[in-house]
Design a protein around this ligand. Structure first.
Ligand SMILES: [Zn+2]
Length: 863
């Protein structure tokens, strides 16, 4: 492909930095011959790429059109976003290969199966390349480079293209985040001036909250490759495992004043599970980018800033799968043109760098095909050998009381092609017992051994103390599941029951509750119990909650059990039964009819000890000054998982809003400056009038600043006050923060916020360093960090011995209302299923918390 860049160099000198200049195709693409029956992007759109930001619809219409004209491409829809946009990829290879695609795919995939791969002639095996653009929707250069790359691959006539198409298959994923991209393109186009301005203060360059980075629920999809909470990720991972690519490129943007980054990242920050060969191949491929970017005169850097540590990211996840993941980061023009420290940064220039490195990556993969295939083959062969030598033969996990949480966990494993079996007989490992009816086993000796290690990884030693993202993600902790490795000595094949073949275990559907003329009971353990409760409440049915345990017949019920009386309701017994059946069916939660109010032990059903619940009417404060990811997580949980109606109110409109419509207001995180005095006053009145405020993480700072809560922060002084080299400053500063670490906390399961939990030790995720002293009221700290709480991840030295005994949750009050402070985000990245119930409890049960058990606001707050 060398000759391709000669003319490119000439056009670079002419066009680079000329804003508003009409650009020829040769600015972007090599001047080779192209098939005339396939339209260029410019011919199709009526403007050149880079003149406008393509919408997702435009992008797809072009790709659909050219793929219908070319025998080199197949158009495949692999999912839909929340907003109903198609998730699409093109399979691009030679016409001949496309006729024989499934056979080639099977041959390729057999390279990941050690039983078959040893006999494969790699000359015959196609390499698979996955190219993914703009998972962050407002990082538009990759997205807009897509039509050019596709045009080049479908219409281009050259030896190097033929060489690639003959031996390789390109999975071309033009938009990893369609909803975000659509949002951003609208913003950038609607603010474009006819006479471009490079003034970064122009509205074009300051996207309104929440921006186009995230998906519909404001989630950062580039943190979701392992746990797949969203449809975009599930679709993407299904293609990934269907094709088992050898190289995956992940095209992003960074700050306007930067240049261009390509991997390898920081050498000391590679996940310890990633084989050395992976980084060697990354470095070899990098030499192709070096050559290509040198030729067009673009500045770049490598081996600093970004890392290959967290398997939830697009450029690192492939590394745990025998693939080589490569991150590209282009300085962003955000809109069409910006002044930067490196001169005028035009949108076309950013697109050209993406096109150039996409092509250099394709050329590298084509040249290094055999070596990349050998790496993939060795990766899975080595995994099998290492698994055989591993003293841990299996992992057993389960939860007796909550099949929903277990099923969600199994679903992740299954989507990652990890084999899971039912447990065949009762098992006791290291003092923990597991029952066949509720437990499962993952045998270690399987093809996805390395990914199992990655997903279950407990990290406590680090070569480096700086993390681009979080320092740990141990999945069973996120799900609060009891789990244990089974060592060789206690392992026998007989414990492996039937293999789970679907995404979740086959289970009998929940039997519909028989009709009761007296009452129904629902335990609170199930992950979806809040969904069922809300469904019942929405029908106008009165519900109550047991604050203590009781025994009815021969069954023990825990605190948090919901009681639905039949008498005294607006609905008839038949109507109530219909609602109960529907709630149970929709949420897959058991609800049982009872015919007596008399309990064998504990309070009876008619006791004053039960608290009458009210349907939660929830408002989430969003907009400028709030953290879109954390408020989005709360929104997703309530709206998408629990099926609740929630309102999202702009912070700057609170002062003019009628808050009496709500029972609960969620401050999911942020500075809340935009509330102003008027908004703050409204919120104070809301609480004092009996409303519930939930403040998460740094929202607690705002609550304190408003005198709404009495809480003191534990100060953690820096360890070293000695003179340090100036050059060490950046590293020193980074290593002062808790970068995303898992701790153990003690939960008071007799407290309404602890309802639905059976074990008082739970893992919590911490990504900030707000240390709260426990409340002076001894009943008001339902969640507290244990004395040496570190479970997994990095803990900066200055926090050693400081975390233990700090509060995870404190319940405050002001007037007639409650203020629930959560030091950690219970909805972290929407796969912390284990702590979601804490948040649900704060929404559903504030009335069950006696005011005597709260820490009142300082007096000044009541004035
Ligand atoms: Zn990005």
């Amino acid at each position: 492909m060398k000759q391709l860049f000669i003319s490119l160099f000439l056009s670079a000198t002419i066009y680079c930095g000329l804003a508003g200049q009409k650009l020829p195709l040769s600015y972007y693409l090599p001047e080779i011959n192209y098939q005339s029956d396939i339209p260029t992007p410019e011919a199709f759109f009526g403007f050149q790429i880079g003149d406008w930001h393509l919408s997702h619809d435009q992008l797809l219409s072009y790709l659909k059109h050219i793929s219908s004209l070319s025998a080199r491409a197949k158009w495949v829809e692999h999912g839909r976003t929340y907003e109903g946009r198609p998730l699409v990829h093109l399979v691009i290879t030679s016409e001949q290969n496309n006729k024989n695609l499934e056979a080639l795919r099977l041959k390729h995939v057999s390279n990941t199966n050690p039983d078959l791969s040893a006999k494969l002639d790699l000359e015959e095996v196609p390499l698979v390349f996955y190219l993914g653009n703009s998972i962050h929707g407002n990082e538009a250069s990759g997205f807009n480079a897509g039509p050019l790359v596709a045009y080049y691959m479908l219409a281009g006539k050259s030896q190097s293209i033929d060489k690639f198409l003959d031996k390789c298959i390109l999975i071309f994923d033009p938009s990893l985040n369609p909803d975000g991209a659509q949002r951003f393109s609208t913003w950038a186009n609607m603010h474009k001036n006819s006479n471009l301005t490079s003034d970064n203060q122009d509205r074009e360059y300051s996207e309104s909250w929440p921006g186009g980075r995230s998906n519909h629920y404001w989630f950062d999809l580039n943190r979701d490759w392992l746990s797949m909470a969203h449809p975009e990720s599930r679709g993407r991972i299904s293609i990934f495992h269907h094709w088992k690519p050898n190289v995956l490129t992940d095209h992003h943007e960074m700050g306007t004043n930067a240049t261009f980054f390509f991997m390898p990242g920081v050498p000391s920050r590679v996940n310890p599970n990633t084989p050395k060969k992976n980084q060697q191949l990354t470095a070899k491929i990098a030499q192709y980018h070096v050559k290509a970017l040198d030729k067009i005169g673009s500045l770049y850097y490598s081996e600093e800033g970004y890392d290959d540590f967290y398997y939830g990211k697009g450029s690192t996840f492939p590394d745990a799968n025998g693939c080589v993941g490569i991150l590209f980061e282009q300085a962003s023009s955000r809109g069409h043109l910006q002044q930067s420290e490196n001169g005028l940064l035009t949108f076309p220039f950013t697109i050209r760098n993406q096109v150039t490195t996409a092509l250099s990556s394709l050329e590298a993969a084509s040249d290094l095909r055999i070596e990349l295939l050998e790496h993939q083959r060795a990766f899975f062969q080595d995994a099998r050998k290492e698994a055989a030598l591993d003293n841990r033969k299996a992992i057993v996990f389960g939860d007796k009381y909550d099949p929903a949480r277990v099923n969600h966990f199994i679903e992740i494993l299954r989507r990652q092609q990890i084999k899971v079996h039912h447990l065949a007989k009762p098992l006791m490992v290291e003092g923990k017992s597991f029952e066949p009816s509720s437990s499962f086993v993952i045998p270690m000796e399987q093809d996805q051994y390395k990914l199992i290690l990655g997903a279950f990884q407990v990290l406590n030693q680090f070569e480096d103390s700086i993390f681009y993202d979080i320092s740990t993600w141990t999945l069973p902790h996120a799900f609060n599941l009891s789990y244990q490795y089974i060592p060789k000595l206690s392992f026998e094949k007989g414990i492996l029951g039937k293999e789970v073949t679907g995404l979740t275990p086959d289970a009998e559907p929940i039997a519909a509750a028989a009709k009761s003329g007296y009452a129904y009971l629902m335990e609170w353990d199930n992950y979806y119990a809040p969904k069922a409760l809300y469904h019942i409440q929405k029908a106008g049915i009165r519900t109550k909650v047991f604050r203590e345990g009781m025994t009815l017949g021969d069954k023990n019920y825990q605190p948090g059990t919901i009681m639905i009386p039949v008498q005294g309701q607006d609905l008839t017994p038949d109507q109530i039964h219909a609602v109960i059946s529907e709630a149970s069916k929709k949420s897959n939660v058991v609800i049982v009819p009872v015919s007596t109010g008399y309990t064998a032990k504990g309070i009876d059903l008619g006791s004053n000890g039960l608290v009458t619940l009210e349907i939660p009417k929830v408002a989430i404060i969003v907009g400028e000054g709030t953290t879109s990811s954390t408020v989005g997580e709360a929104w997703h949980l309530l709206d998408h998982r629990y099926g609740m109606v929630v309102s999202k109110i702009e912070a700057n409109r609170i002062s003019r809003s009628d808050l009496s419509k709500y029972t609960v207001i969620v401050l999911g995180g942020g500075s809340y400056q935009a509330l102003g005095n008027g908004g703050a006053q409204q919120i104070k009145e809301f609480v004092q009038g009996g409303g519930t405020l939930i403040g998460i993480q740094n929202a607690i700072n705002w609550l304190k600043s408003q005198n709404l809560v009495s809480v003191s922060f534990r100060e953690v002084p820096d360890v070293d006050k000695k003179r340090r080299p100036y050059g060490a400053m950046t590293d020193d500063l980074f290593s002062l923060e808790i970068p995303g670490t898992i701790f153990e906390a003690d939960l008071d399961i007799s407290h309404p916020l602890g309802f639905g939990y059976r074990n008082n030790k739970i893992p919590v995720f911490r990504d900030g360093d707000l240390l709260l002293e426990p409340s002076k009221n001894v009943y008001a700290t339902p969640l507290i960090y244990t004395s040496s709480p570190l479970l997994s991840g990095y803990l900066p030295r200055k926090f050693n011995g400081k975390m233990g005994g700090t509060a995870g949750i404190i319940v405050g009050s002001s007037g007639a209302g409650k203020i629930i402070m959560m030091a950690d985000n219970p909805n972290f990245r929407e796969h912390w299923f284990g702590t979601n119930k804490l948040f649900a409890n704060a929404i559903f049960f504030p009335k069950a918390i006696n005011n005597m058990g709260t820490e009142p606001a300082p007096r000044a707050g009541n004035e």
